[in-house]
Write a protein that binds this ligand. Structure first.
Ligand code: C2E
Ligand code: MG
Ligand code: MG
Ligand code: MG
Length: 285
């Protein structure tokens, strides 16, 4: 009986793997057409200076509206795009869109800095530096208006190559943030070598801030590390007033999260900015 059951299980297992492979193949195929079929758009999440209560910028986040599956989360499709290399083309599209938006906002009197996520696969491309600088130039965007968010994995494959590229971008005026700080294979060596200006505390440490002792200590440690290395620290995933209060008291100067706003479409983002600044000014009089 056990043997019989085992075999059934095995067959079930094979069938489900088979299904998974087909699913994945289909997803890859759909993904390869998503750009042409204009299924991508960007949403923007405000980044707030906790001291001045001003919106200093926005993180651009990619959204894929699949005709059948609906909204596919980036955590699901970005790894697929990284695996088959299509992230290079998609990432370039993201950069173009973010620049177009930055230009539109600047022309409307909203000179916001836009943070764009840069995949490790993109950073490995030989052309990446020229592509980024060329895009800024074409859209007539000052380099200081762009921030690149890279993760610790970007430094793993070829540290000196990553350092050299980020240095060039940084010298041109682009700021660099380490995203999801503390979740990767962190080494303090690269922080010394990297031309980095911001550390982003991963949202997994913020979620249970003040509830979980370890998470609180990790957040504290990242804030202190930022202070001693002269890097500004931004907390992501801030959802409550308590978290916001604690972080600002503790010396974390920047934050983003649902507490302030979810990532928004450009028009909603503009409305949010107006309302937010109006509220702050009312509180100040
Ligand atoms: P990330 O860069 O760390 O972005 C932060 C994620 O946290 C976003 O998820 C954002 O929507 C979410 N978030 C913001 N505030 C809160 C909050 O208060 N609570 C919670 N629970 N979540 C919050 P999203 O948009 O689903 O993106 C997931 C990841 O996908 C990003 O993580 C980034 O690694 C990747 N990604 C998104 N857009 C791009 C892109 O254009 N290029 C690349 N290479 N990766 C991207
Ligand atoms: Mg990010
Ligand atoms: Mg992050
Ligand atoms: Mg993340």
């Amino acid at each position: 009986l056990a043997k019989q059951k085992g075999r059934d299980h095995f067959q079930f297992y094979v069938a489900s793997i088979d299904q998974e492979i087909r699913d994945r193949k289909q997803l890859e195929k759909d993904l390869s057409q998503a750009l042409t079929l204009q299924q991508f758009h960007l949403v923007y999440q405000p980044q707030i200076n906790l001291e001045t209560k001003r919106i200093i910028g926005a993180e651009a986040l990619l959204r894929w509206e699949h005709p059948v599956r609906g909204l596919v989360p980036p955590d699901y499709f970005i790894p697929v795009a990284e695996n088959n290399g299509s992230i290079v083309e998609i990432g370039q599209w993201v950069l173009e869109q973010a620049c177009l938006q930055a230009k539109l906002w600047a022309d409307k009197g909203l000179p916001l800095r836009i943070a764009v996520n840069l995949s490790a696969v993109q950073l490995r491309q030989d052309r990446i530096v020229d592509d980024i600088l060329g895009t800024l130039k074409r859209h007539n965007i000052p380099a200081g208006r762009l921030e690149l968010e890279v993760t610790e994995t970007s430094f793993m494959t070829n540290l000196s190559d990553a350092v050299a590229k980020l240095h060039t971008l940084n010298r041109a005026g682009i700021s660099i943030a380490v995203d999801d700080f503390g979740t990767g294979y962190s080494s303090l060596t690269y922080l010394k070598k990297m031309p980095v200006q911001h550390l982003k505390i991963d949202k997994q440490f913020i979620r249970d801030l003040l509830v979980n002792e370890e998470d609180t200590q990790i957040a504290n440690t990242i804030i202190d590390l930022g202070k001693s290395l002269n890097l500004s620290v931004i907390a992501e995933g801030v959802e409550t007033a308590e978290q916001e209060y604690y972080l600002s008291q503790r010396g974390c100067t920047l934050a983003q999260g649902y507490f302030f706003s979810r990532p928004l479409r450009p028009a909603d983002f503009e409305t949010f900015v107006q309302g937010f600044h109006q509220k702050i000014e009312e509180n100040n009089v």
